[in-house]
Design a protein around this ligand. Structure first.
Ligand code: UD1
Length: 326
């Protein structure tokens, strides 16, 4: 199977590429290296540098007897999407339209799309299953939802088969240390904790400790990227075996609070990480957890690397190693 991984040099994409190569697939990575990194590329995967807005280069990539596309490229900073919706509309929506149109042009009819739990907005019940109403609270989440809708129309009208994977909170690194690229200016909790642990940032600001949770801090469903990567392979197999187009959550069903993540990191790395409490961050909700039942039933997928120790240890290993090069 020849898979075109669009956004394959990014944090999640590179883990997906590793899984595909391990499974024996032929892989072409397509990435503009705007947030993806050269260091994340595997020598055994063919690489084409290009943007999803550059239809000529994308067409050239799609023309090489591709069996399926994994589409991860896009902008993903929630805050920025609210300041600069035009950038998100162009990259995420125009980009998605380009990918789909070029798939049609070259007769490629299978796609796995990186969607996000942010399409749900504030939970009406927990755990969140795929039937939960969708009501994104950010422009970023809106672009993910609109792309899912585009996929549905292209599926109904043109026979594109898709699986949209709604990731919950992606964390962790490859346990063998094969992926070394650190996200620049990370916005998410665990990389920020790691940057404080490494002395790159002075302290962690904990956004709110008066939530209705056992320790007062927010609870999220953290899913290891290696588990996400396996989910992509299983989704490809599902489509290859004739599965119909679906939207599927990838999460663990379990929640970890901000405080638990901080304390466990301190315990595992053996030193204190400076933190302060601040007020709640706009748009945050107390608890988000996923129902992963559909992934289990349709894809025979289940998280296997997402326990708190593995999440923290694999991430710390990469951060600690990167400090040697500073
Ligand atoms: C974020 C995105 C969401 C996306 C998800 C996975 C927002 C509002 N949402 O979710 O759309 O699907 O990532 O990529 O950005 N926290 C702190 N201090 C910090 C950073 C975070 O206390 O410096 C807390 C947050 O308040 C939250 C938890 O840690 O309770 C997780 O935050 P974050 O990693 O940003 O993820 P989400 O907001 O859950």
């Amino acid at each position: 199977m020849h898979i075109l991984v669009i956004g394959g040099a990014g944090y999640i994409g590179s883990h997906v590429v590793k899984e595909l190569l391990q499974q024996g697939a032929k892989v072409t990575v397509y990435d503009d290296l705007s947030t993806g990194q050269q260091i994340n590329l595997f020598p055994s995967a063919h690489f084409i540098k290009g943007s999803i807005l550059d239809t000529d280069t994308l067409g050239h990539a799609m023309a090489q007897n591709v069996d399926a596309v994994i589409f991860l490229a896009g902008k993903k900073a929630v805050g920025e999407s609210m300041q600069n919706p035009a950038k998100y509309a162009t990259t995420n929506l125009t980009g998605a339209i380009n990918v789909l149109n070029i798939m049609l042009e070259y007769g490629v009819n299978k796609i796995i799309f990186s969607s996000s739990a942010s399409v749900y907005g504030s939970p009406e019940y927990l755990p969140i299953d795929e039937k939960h109403p969708v009501n994104p609270m950010s422009f970023y989440g809106f672009t993910k939802l609109e792309t899912e809708r585009l996929l549905k129309w292209y599926s109904d009208l043109k026979g594109i088969h898709f699986v949209a994977l709604r990731y919950f909170n992606a964390v962790g690194y490859d346990a063998n240390g094969d992926i070394k690229g650190l996200e620049k200016n990370p916005q998410n909790l665990l990389p920020i904790i790691m940057e404080v642990a490494c002395g790159i940032r002075p302290l962690l600001t904990i956004f709110g400790h008066d939530y209705d949770t056992p320790d007062g801090t927010c609870i999220r469903d953290y899913i290891h990227v290696t588990d996400l990567a396996t989910g992509h392979w299983k989704a490809l197999e599902y489509l290859k075996n004739g599965g119909k187009s679906e939207i599927i959550n990838l999460g663990t069903g379990k929640g970890i609070s901000v405080m638990e993540m901080l304390q466990k990191t301190q315990e595992l790395i053996g030193h204190k990480i400076k933190s302060v409490f601040d007020t709640r961050r706009a748009g945050d909700v107390a608890v988000v957890t996923a129902s992963a039942q559909k992934a289990k039933e349709l894809l025979n997928w289940q998280a296997q690397h997402s326990d708190i120790d593995s999440i923290i240890q694999t991430t710390w290993a990469v951060y600690k190693n990167s400090m040697k090069n500073v």
